[in-house]
Design a protein around this ligand. Structure first.
Ligand code: 1CP
Length: 355
């Protein structure tokens, strides 16, 4: 493993001292970048781009060529697992992901295979190898997967949804079947993330985009518990170093204390949560990653600088904060505004609170 020249992200996720707060941006490679749109068009479909390791590597590095970011995130998608399970994933322009064979019957769950990452998901592992060869330790590479609950939402609904009523009906009408589906997704995700670690990622993140639609008790049972089971089975302790694991539940602000006891090193937080309150809630248990409102990037540079500085003042240079947006960057944001944000975070000089 090439030693990291910039290990700020890893240090901050592990709550160690850093010379300045690291920053990366959720969905930093994507549609707001003209160079992404060009390559996406060349590849044809989104899945062709994702499944081509050379192109996936190129897209991963695109935002790093423009901005002095402190991390790269693998260009892929959380839906690679259900795709590898044979659900027939398509991305329809303007409509997002669609499964041609969603989960509809008990048999569909029983028949789901657990993908072997070195077979069906080999393209992801190949992309990681290519990216690390290119990065040469410049910054850490983040690998990721979806939470079992969030993956199940798409697999049962068959697409994105406002309220995911089909899976919420399943939770009450067929709870044992939902548990069986989540168990398969836990097993598949453990194998997938451990394969990403073996292929060389420096950190991992679990995206739980839809955990926040559950009632509080159901969140703990159907969303957090499966993530906990995954974390417990990940090879996060390598001989000489820890692979930090971050979990992010959108709309998970009320669950931060429980999330802090999940075994994760860090929690991603959305912009509806106060960073100061979140810091108070989690204490010294975990680091926090976030949480600028992605809409701030529609503002003028002065507005962006002010909003970023206010956020940085919460930690004021103390360890345990990774700067990020509270969710993915919007596709119609001006790329110049991202440069303003990165520069603001980099030039911030924290004054550590005395008490
Ligand atoms: O048209 C296009 O080019 C596709 C747009 C796109 C992109 C750029 C999709 C389809 N996925 C991605 C990449 C992606 N997805 C990354 C890349 C790394 C990065 O630069 O950050 C990551 C981490 C994801 C993760 C992902 N995919 C999540 C979890 C995080 C989140 O944003 O909440 C989810 C829910 C998905 C599903 C998905 N894939 C794509 C879309 C449009 C969606 C969301 C569908 C919906 O709204 O329900």
């Amino acid at each position: 493993m090439t030693p990291l020249k910039n290990d700020r992200l890893i240090r901050a996720l592990l709550r160690q001292e850093v010379d300045r707060t690291p920053i990366w941006i959720m969905r930093q490679a994507g549609r707001y970048l003209p160079e992404y749109r060009a390559l996406r068009q060349k590849a044809g479909t989104f899945m062709e781009l994702v499944q081509n390791p050379t192109l996936a590597c190129e897209v991963t590095l695109q935002p790093l060529a423009r901005y002095d970011l402190d991390a790269a995130i693998l260009f892929s998608d959380i839906l690679t697992i259900p795709h590898a399970m044979g659900l027939g994933l398509e991305f329809v322009a303007g409509e997002g992901p669609i499964f041609t064979k969603p989960i509809r019957h008990e048999q569909d769950v029983q028949n789901l295979p657990i993908p072997d990452p070195s077979e069906e998901l080999n393209y992801v592992l190949d992309a990681i190898g290519l990216i690390q060869n290119e990065l040469k330790g410049r910054v850490p590479l983040i690998g990721f997967g979806g939470s079992p609950w969030t993956l199940a939402c798409y697999m049962v609904e068959g697409s994105g949804s406002k309220d995911f009523s089909k899976i919420r009906a399943m939770r009450y009408a067929r709870p044992a079947l939902l548990e069986a589906l989540l168990d398969k997704l836990i097993e598949a995700t453990v194998a997938y993330l451990n394969a990403q670690i073996a292929a060389g990622v420096n950190a991992v993140m679990i995206f739980d985009t839809w955990g926040g639609i559950l009632s509080p008790n159901d969140y703990l049972h159907f969303s957090l518990k499966p993530m906990q089971k995954i974390i417990a089975q990940l090879n996060l302790n390598q001989n000489d170093r820890r692979i930090p694991c971050t979990i992010f539940t959108k709309n998970g602000g009320q669950h931060l204390s429980a999330m802090a006891s999940s075994g994760a090193d860090a929690l991603g937080i959305d912009w509806m949560t106060s960073l100061a309150e979140a810091k108070h809630k989690v204490g010294d248990k975990v680091a926090l990653q976030g949480n600028l409102d992605p809409a701030v990037l529609y503002g003028n540079p002065g507005t962006i600088v002010q909003a970023a500085q206010e956020m940085l003042d919460v930690y004021a240079g103390a360890p345990g904060h990774v700067f990020n947006l509270g969710h993915g960057i919007y596709p119609d944001v001006d790329p110049e505004h991202v440069a303003v944000l990165v520069e603001t975070v980099h030039s911030y000089v924290g004054t550590r609170p005395i008490i």
